[in-house]
Ligand binder design. Structure first.
Ligand SMILES: NC(=O)c1ccc[n+]([C@@H]2O[C@H](COP(=O)([O-])OP(=O)(O)OC[C@H]3O[C@@H](n4cnc5c(N)ncnc54)[C@H](OP(=O)(O)O)[C@@H]3O)[C@@H](O)[C@H]2O)c1
Length: 388
């Protein structure tokens, strides 16, 4: 681990970190775990020797002392991230070096191995959520990650340790996951599914939470009920079909010709080609509609429901006159990070009740191309992004 780079700012930062993290730091034996771009080691060392060492900039130090663990992420001064400095087109997406994030007491620092693209990302980039959510610039987009814990806040060290593989969705109003690292509330995470790659795991959190919170939390979908899921081939829809089948529901879904076999394989009982058929003329007496399209599809969906039916929408808003006319409830849902829901989703993934669908994969520096594909609105499943 010792490098030739002596006298670097990293050493000063190590001194500062030691003073803060290990108060009353005095010569004596420490058990160190070092992880960084130069490798990994576990060893006993005294404090004075530690201060004489120099480190690669991307280094985590974990100090085990009197059964208390203190973790320092030296992180050098910066990390690579895709940043936007204004709302606008894909040319706003710039690869930049930005300051490394700090870790609060209730957070963990995650080295991100993979993220994914959701329509939310380019909607935020274009300013379509202006006024609904407050974003600060420069802003890092992306709200899915799978990676490895590199540092742990003192309040959550019981739950996570350096080296744990985790996945999750961070806070929507803060910096996102098109980056090498993120500090995120430990409450938002779950262990990464053991049977999935980082890219597969990172394809899940935002769409999985959206489907869970729509069908389970808001929709209260029950065994034997009938649900119509719009856009069953998309990121949310492909997860929602599998979840609804797991819950024991009868599932109808709308797709174009090319995706008919795909959604049948996911478990859909009835598949409607929305470009050639009128779903509202074919379906009746449904208990739940999961609307992922909005506009005319939302309005037409009301007639599919039985009186007392529930229309859960992630693409439209409440409408009192439609609710009254059809005697239904329209419930708009905004996805939220939630570690408990992530753990429910983890179990479904590890038990192979739900599988990820990653149709395309790009590197972080190819993010503009990935946005272009997502903006076409005809993706099957998700776009995975390899970060490192
Ligand atoms: N409120 C929230 O919290 C929340 C959370 C997540 C997502 N969303 C929103 O929900 C929407 C869906 O998200 P997503 O991630 O699933 O999007 P997506 O993956 O980009 O959806 C693409 C899919 O939509 C299908 N599609 C397009 N137009 C359709 C139509 N008229 N009828 C049926 N299928 C159609 C396409 O299938 P074909 O190729 O077969 O046409 C494609 O497979 C987006 O607008 C997103 O912003 C909201």
């Amino acid at each position: 681990m010792e490098s030739e780079r002596t006298g670097s700012p990293v050493k000063a930062s190590l001194m500062a970190c030691l003073m803060n993290t290990v108060p009353h730091c005095s010569p004596g034996s420490l058990h160190l775990r070092l992880q960084g771009s130069g490798g990994f080691c576990n060893k006993e060392i005294d404090v004075l020797s530690l201060l004489k060492m120099s480190f690669y900039p991307d280094t985590s130090i974990c100090i085990f002392r009197k059964s208390k663990i203190s973790c320092l992420h030296l992180g050098g001064t910066s990390l690579k991230a895709i940043v936007i400095r204004n709302y606008g087109g894909r040319d706003q997406l710039q690869l930049e070096d930005i300051p490394a994030p700090s870790v609060e007491k209730d957070e963990v620092l995650v080295k991100i191995h993979a993220t994914s693209v959701n329509p939310l990302d380019w909607k935020v980039r274009e300013g379509m959520l202006k006024g609904r959510r407050d974003f600060q610039f420069p802003l890092i987009l992306g709200w899915d990650f799978s990676g490895v814990v590199m540092d742990v806040g003192e309040e959550v060290s019981q739950h996570y340790q350096i080296g744990d593989a985790v996945f999750g969705m961070p806070d929507l109003t803060k910096n996102g996951t098109y980056a090498e690292y993120i500090s995120v509330k430990a409450d938002y995470l779950a262990p990464k599914p053991r049977n999935l790659s980082h890219v597969e795991a990172a394809s899940i959190p935002l769409v999985g939470l959206t489907a869970w919170q729509s069908l389970v939390t808001h929709g209260n979908l029950q065994q034997g009920e009938k649900v119509l899921i719009h856009a069953g081939a998309g990121g949310v829809g492909s997860f929602a079909i599998q979840l609804a089948k797991h819950l024991g529901a009868y599932v109808a879904t709308t797709v174009s010709e090319r995706n008919k076999d795909f959604v049948s394989e996911l478990g859909a009982d009835e598949v409607i080609d929305y470009q050639k058929q009128n779903f509202a003329a074919q379906l009746a007496d449904f208990d739940v509609v999961f609307d992922t399209v909005g506009g005319a599809a939302l309005e037409k969906s009301c007639s599919v429901l039985k009186p007392g039916g529930r229309l859960i929408t992630i693409a439209g808003s409440a409408n009192a006159s439609l609710e009254e006319r059809y005697a239904i409830r329209i419930d708009p849902v905004e996805v939220e990070p939630n570690g408990q829901h992530m753990k429910e989703i983890l179990t479904l993934l590890e038990n192979r009740k739900i599988r990820p669908v990653v149709e395309q994969q790009y590197r972080l520096d190819e993010i503009r191309k990935a946005h272009e594909v997502s903006e076409s609105r005809h993706l099957r499943g998700k776009i995975g992004i390899v970060v490192q």
